[in-house]
Ligand binder design. Structure first.
Ligand code: OAD
Length: 248
């Protein structure tokens, strides 16, 4: 593994601009459950049913209870070595040298001190007014019932992207801009099956960028290559990301 870490460090160290794409796996060592592992169910409901506008329309209380439970879980978690290393490295490289796109809504990159995070799926810590779409920061951990917006006195929904919904346009633009001009990509802790996040990596790969993938799952990718055909480190993020970035 030492040699692979060195190889990855060289591949990304020589890149002028690096796109980093993170998924639920980067927060696993912090104690945040991933989606497709054992954490895929809550009260016998699958996450794809809970993260869903149709379910919210009929059972807003249930959906809010799930999000509040996730807030309480995440509140007790701290950024791990991978979040911290990425944040330090990003501060050094600056926004001309890297961009982070995350599919996570937990806010752990931000809590680690990451300067700019492109959030594809929104934030667990934001509420959106269902009448006008305005969002506000909210850190409530308990609620009597679904919250109402201060702007329109209408029902609020979690400020996250649900199944079948579009990625916020600005985040999408930032992601594809980075994918179009990066020459290195670091993919951490995602199954790589959810689009359009996966298409960022495919676009960068098709442009010839060096790809490094970190995922401990032995079924990730094919015959020694990762899902995106990059250099695959079969390890937990917290164990190898600091070394890859030279931030041990
Ligand atoms: P998943 O839960 O689908 O996958 C997590 C990935 O992280 C798996 O491939 C694991 O093998 C890997 N993993 C587990 N522990 C790890 C560790 N310690 N270090 C590195 N990797 C580890 O999560 P995502 O791929 O992020 O979207 O899921 C993408 C999206 O699917 C989510 O954002 C969510 C869901 O639909 C929405 O809610 C809109």
């Amino acid at each position: 593994m030492i040699t692979l870490v060195e190889e990855a460090r060289r591949a990304l160290g020589s890149a002028r601009f690096v796109l980093v794409v993170t998924g639920a796996g980067i927060s696993a060592e912090s104690g945040v459950p991933t989606f497709r592992g054992d954490g895929g169910y809550w009260r016998d409901r699958h996450f794809s049913e809970l993260a869903n506008a149709q379910t919210f329309a009929h059972e807003p209380q249930l959906v809010w209870e799930w999000y509040l439970e996730r807030r309480r879980t995440v509140r007790q978690c701290a950024p791990n070595a991978a979040h911290v290393a990425l944040a330090h490295w990003a501060q050094k490289r600056g926004h001309d040298g890297m961009r982070l796109v995350t599919q996570n809504v937990d806010g752990l990159h931000e809590r680690a001190g990451h300067p700019e995070v492109v959030r594809f799926h929104g934030s667990l810590w934001r509420n959106r007014c269902t009448a006008c779409g305005r969002e506000r920061e909210d850190h409530a951990l308990e609620l009597e019932g679904p919250p109402m917006s201060p702007c329109c006195r209408a029902l609020e929904r979690p400020g996250v992207v649900w199944f079948g919904e579009a990625i916020p346009p600005f985040a999408l633009e930032m992601g594809f801009d980075a994918a179009g001009r990066c020459d290195g990509v670091l993919v951490i802790g995602t199954t790589g099956v959810v689009y359009p996040a996966a298409s960022l990596i495919e676009k960068a790969r098709d442009n010839g960028a060096n790809i490094v993938e970190v995922n401990p799952d032995e079924d990730y990718g094919l015959s020694g290559e990762g899902v995106f055909g990059g250099l695959w480190l079969r390890a937990k993020a917290g164990e190898v990301v600091p070394g890859i970035l030279g931030e041990e």
